[in-house]
Design a protein around this ligand. Structure first.
Ligand SMILES: C[S@@+](CC[C@H](N)C(=O)[O-])C[C@H]1O[C@@H](n2cnc3c(N)ncnc32)[C@H](O)[C@@H]1O
Length: 211
C-alpha cells in the first residue's frame, strides 16, 4: 500500500502536475481551474490538494489550508507553497470524510479532481457543509461519468478497474453532480462540459455550491 501511494505521488508530481506548476498550455487550467479559483475568498480549505499545484492560481489575500491524505504528496508541497501569491496557513495530513477542523472554520472549500477518488462522497460533502461558515461557498471541478447508455460510459466501465488501480482509487463512473445536488446545499450552480481530454475523462462538471 505504502509503495503504491509513493509511486502515485511520484507519478502525479512528475508527470501530471509538472512538479507543482500549473500548466497554462492546458485549456482546462486556463479556462476552468484558474477562473474558478479566482472566486476563492477569505479562509480557504483545499481538500485533496495533491502537491499544491493549485496554489499559484489563488488570489492574493486569501488564506489557504491544504488537506492531503497522501504523506508523500505532502512532501512535494514546498515549491508550490513558495510560489503562492496567497498566504498558506497549513498543510495537513487528513481525509475529506473526517475533516480535522471545527464547524464554520472556512469561507471557501475547494475540490478539484478529488471527489472521483474519495471513499465516501456523501460523508465528504457533509463535512464540507459542516466546516463552511454560513454563506460560505464550495468550489468544485470534477471529472464524472458520461451520459447513461453512451459508448463513453461503456468504455469508462470497462477501463475503470485498471484505471482505479493505477490512479490511486480514482473512479471514472461517478455521478458526482447528482451527489452535490443531493447533499443539501442551499444553492448549487453547476455546469457540465467536455474537457479537452481523452473520452473517458472528458465529461466534467464545475461550479459553486453555497451553504
Ligand atoms: C488526481 S489528484 C488531484 C490533486 C489536485 N486536487 C489537483 O487538482 O490536481 C486526487 C487527490 O485526491 C486525494 N484524495 C484521495 N482520497 C482522498 C480523501 N478521502 N480525502 C481527501 N483527499 C483525497 C489524493 O491523495 C490526491 O491528492
Amino acid at each position: 500500500m505504502t509503495l503504491r501511494k509513493r509511486l502515485f505521488a511520484w507519478m502525479y508530481h512528475t508527470l501530471l502536475s509538472r512538479r507543482g506548476m500549473p500548466d497554462f498550455s492546458d485549456a482546462l487550467t486556463r479556462n476552468e481551474r484558474a477562473p474558478l479559483l479566482k472566486r476563492a475568498q477569505g479562509d480557504v480549505l483545499e481538500i485533496g490538494a495533491g502537491d499544491g499545484v493549485n496554489l499559484a492560481l489563488y488570489p492574493a489575500g486569501v488564506r489557504v489550508t491544504l488537506l492531503e491524505p497522501n504523506r508523500y504528496l505532502l512532501r512535494y508541497m514546498g515549491d508550490g507553497t513558495a510560489r503562492a501569491p496567497c498566504a498558506v496557513t497549513g498543510a495537513v495530513c487528513g481525509r475529506g470524510e473526517r475533516l480535522p477542523f471545527g464547524a464554520g472554520s472556512f469561507d471557501t472549500v475547494v475540490t478539484m479532481h478529488v471527489l472521483c477518488s474519495v471513499h465516501d462522497q456523501e460523508a465528504v460533502l457533509a463535512e464540507i457543509q459542516r466546516v463552511l461558515r454560513p454563506g460560505g461557498q464550495f468550489l468544485f471541478l470534477e471529472h464524472v461519468a458520461a451520459s447513461p447508455r453512451s459508448a463513453t460510459l461503456r468504455a469508462q466501465r470497462a477501463i475503470n478497474p485498471a484505471w482505479s488501480m493505477v490512479g490511486d482509487g480514482c473512479q471514472l463512473t461517478r455521478r458526482t453532480g447528482a451527489a452535490i445536488y443531493a447533499a443539501g446545499f442551499r444553492v448549487v450552480e453547476l455546469r457540465e462540459f467536455d474537457a479537452p481530454y481523452p473520452a473517458i475523462v472528458r465529461p466534467h462538471i464545475s461550479g459553486v455550491a453555497r451553504v
